[in-house]
Write a protein that binds this ligand. Structure first.
Ligand SMILES: Cc1cc2nc3c(=O)[nH]c(=O)nc-3n(C[C@H](O)[C@H](O)[C@H](O)COP(=O)(O)OP(=O)(O)OC[C@H]3O[C@@H](n4cnc5c(N)ncnc54)[C@H](O)[C@@H]3O)c2cc1C
Length: 438
C-alpha cells in the first residue's frame, strides 16, 4: 500500500482517487471546493471557480472531435469509451442509482450551406486508414432515416450517425466517483500551492509528505515558473499523453484556461435520444440531452481566462443554433448558464509527467471526459513499470476484482499523510454503505 496525495478533485483527481483507493492505496485528496457536490445551478451571476468537469456537457465523441484534434486523441477517446462503460457498471454495482453513462451514438449535423466542415471530419477519417480501421465509420442518414431516429430534428439537415459515441452525466459521475471511492480522505476547502516529488505544499499548513504526489489541478496548477520561459520543442513531435514542450522546470506545466460557455434548457415534451453536434463555419454547437427534460447547449471556445458570466453574444449564437436544429426548443426555459475554463497546454494536447514520487497530468482541454480514463490507465501503468515494488492495480472499469473488504470493520484505517503534519483537516466522506444513492 502506498500513501498517495492528490491535488485537485476534478475529473482526473476523482478518477485517480477512485481507482487507486480500490487498489488498496491510502489516498488523500485536497481541493478548495466546499465538498463533492456539483455547484448550484440556476444562478447567472458570480465567477465559477469549480472544476471544469462540472461545466462540461460530457460528450464522448472521438470521431466528431477529429474536427479539432488529431488521430491520437481519437484513439485515446475510443479506448476511454469502453472504460467509462465499465466504470459506470462498477458504480451501479456499488449502489449508485443515478444515470451515469449513455451510449446510443451521436449525430453530426450540418445545414445545407455548411457541408464543408462536415466533409473535413469525414476526410480526416478517410485519410488516416489505420484510424478508419479502428473506429466505426460514420453512417450518412437520409431524410426519412433521420426523421425516424430523431423526430424532433429540423428536416433538411445533412446528418451522419457516429456509432458508439456516448455521453457521461458529468455532475452525477463526479459525485459518484467521490462518494463511492472507498476510504479516501477528502480534504475539502484546502488549496495546494505547490506540488513536488513526494510533497504537497498545502496553503496554511505547509509541506505534507506522501509516497506519491499527484498534481491534477487543471487550470489552477499554473506555477509562476511555468508561465514563462517555455521553449517550443523543435524536435520530434510529442504524442498526446507524453510530457514534452508543455513542461517547464520540474515538470510544472504551462497551463492556460480557454473559456467555454454552456446553457441549460428545460423543455418537457421535447425528445432527443442522443447528443447532436452542428458543424458550422463559425460555431461548433452541440445539444446534449440530460435526464429531467434538460438539454445542455454548448459550447463557446474563447481564448480568455475570463470566468465571468456568459456573454450575450455567446448566449444568442448558441441558442439560435440550437433552435435551428430543434425548432421545438423555442418554448424551452433557460434554467442555467455557466462559463468555465478548459485547462490547455501550448499544443492543446494532454501531457503526463512521471518521475519518482510525482505524477502530473494536465492539458485535457476540450476532451477531458473523453480522454481521462485512458490517460489514467496509462499513467498508472507507467508508475508501476518504474516502481520496483508495485501494488498491482486493476484496470479501471474492466470488471476486475478489487481488494475491497466486504464489511466496514475489516477496512484499512483512513489514510493519513506523513511527515511535517500529523493529520489533515476535513471530515472523511461517508463510506459507500453509509451513502448508497446520491
Ligand atoms: C464549457 C465546457 C464544456 C466541456 N465539454 C466537454 C465535453 O463535452 N467532453 C469532454 O470530454 N470534455 C469537455 N470539457 C473539458 C473537460 O471539462 C476538461 O478537459 C476536464 O474537466 C479537465 O479535467 P481536470 O481534472 O484536468 O480539471 P478540472 O475538471 O478542472 O479539475 C481541476 C480540479 O482541481 C482543483 N484545484 C484547482 N486549484 C487547486 C489547488 N490549488 N489545490 C487543489 N486543488 C485545486 C479544482 O477545484 C478542480 O476540482 C468541457 C469543458 C468546458 C469548460
Amino acid at each position: 500500500m502506498k500513501r498517495i496525495g492528490i491535488a485537485g478533485a476534478g475529473v482526473l483527481g476523482r478518477l485517480l482517487a477512485w481507482q487507486l483507493s480500490r487498489a488498496g492505496h491510502a489516498v488523500t485528496v485536497f481541493d478548495p471546493a466546499a465538498g463533492p457536490e456539483a455547484p448550484a445551478t440556476g444562478s447567472l451571476t458570480g465567477n465559477s471557480a469549480h472544476a471544469a468537469g462540472f461545466t462540461a456537457a460530457g460528450m464522448l465523441s472521438p470521431i466528431a472531435e477529429l474536427d479539432n484534434a488529431g488521430p491520437e486523441i481519437a484513439r485515446l477517446g475510443w479506448r476511454s469509451l469502453a472504460l467509462w462503460r465499465g466504470i459506470a457498471d462498477e458504480l451501479r454495482a456499488e449502489g449508485c442509482s443515478a444515470p451515469l453513462f449513455e451510449q446510443r451514438g451521436s449525430l453530426m449535423l450540418a445545414h445545407g450551406a455548411d457541408l464543408g466542415a462536415a466533409r473535413r471530419v469525414l476526410a480526416r477519417l478517410e485519410t488516416a486508414p489505420s484510424l478508419a480501421a479502428e473506429l466505426p465509420a460514420p453512417q450518412p442518414l437520409h431524410r426519412a432515416a433521420l426523421a425516424a431516429l430523431e423526430p424532433a430534428l429540423a428536416p433538411g439537415l445533412h446528418a451522419w450517425l457516429l456509432p458508439g459515441e456516448a455521453q457521461v452525466m458529468s455532475c452525477d459521475m463526479l459525485h459518484a466517483l467521490a462518494v463511492h471511492a472507498p476510504n479516501v480522505h477528502w480534504c475539502w476547502g484546502e488549496r495546494v500551492e505547490r506540488v513536488e516529488s513526494g510533497v504537497l505544499h498545502v496553503a496554511g499548513e505547509g509541506p505534507v509528505r506522501f509516497d506519491l504526489a499527484v498534481d491534477v489541478r487543471g487550470v489552477n496548477s499554473v506555477h509562476p515558473r511555468a508561465t514563462c520561459g517555455v521553449t517550443p520543442s523543435r524536435g520530434r513531435q510529442q504524442r498526446p499523453g507524453e510530457a514534452g514542450s508543455a513542461l517547464a522546470v520540474g515538470g510544472e506545466m504551462a497551463v492556460r484556461g480557454v473559456r467555454g460557455e454552456v446553457i441549460w434548457l428545460h423543455a418537457p415534451g421535447v425528445t432527443l435520444q442522443r447528443p447532436v453536434r452542428l458543424l458550422h463555419p463559425r460555431h461548433r454547437v452541440y445539444i446534449v440531452p440530460r435526464p429531467g427534460d434538460l438539454f445542455v447547449v454548448g459550447a463557446s471556445e474563447v481564448e480568455s481566462e475570463d470566468r465571468s458570466p456568459v456573454s450575450l453574444r455567446s448566449a444568442v449564437e448558441l441558442m439560435a443554433a440550437a433552435q435551428s436544429v430543434i425548432p421545438e426548443l423555442a418554448e424551452a426555459r433557460i434554467v442555467h448558464m455557466e462559463a468555465n475554463l478548459r485547462p490547455a497546454l501550448p499544443d492543446n494536447e494532454p501531457h503526463t509527467h512521471v518521475e519518482p514520487g510525482l505524477l502530473r497530468i494536465n492539458g485535457l482541454f476540450r476532451h477531458g471526459w473523453l480522454l481521462a480514463p485512458a490517460l489514467v490507465v496509462d499513467a498508472v501503468a507507467r508508475l508501476e513499470s518504474e516502481d520496483p515494488h508495485p501494488n498491482p492495480l486493476p484496470p479501471a472499469g474492466e470488471g476486475a476484482s478489487t481488494p475491497r473488504s466486504t464489511h466496514a470493520g475489516a477496512r484499512p484505517s483512513l489514510p493519513r499523510p506523513s511527515g511535517e503534519r500529523a493529520g489533515v483537516r476535513g471530515r472523511p466522506e461517508p463510506t459507500p454503505e453509509a451513502q448508497q444513492t446520491h
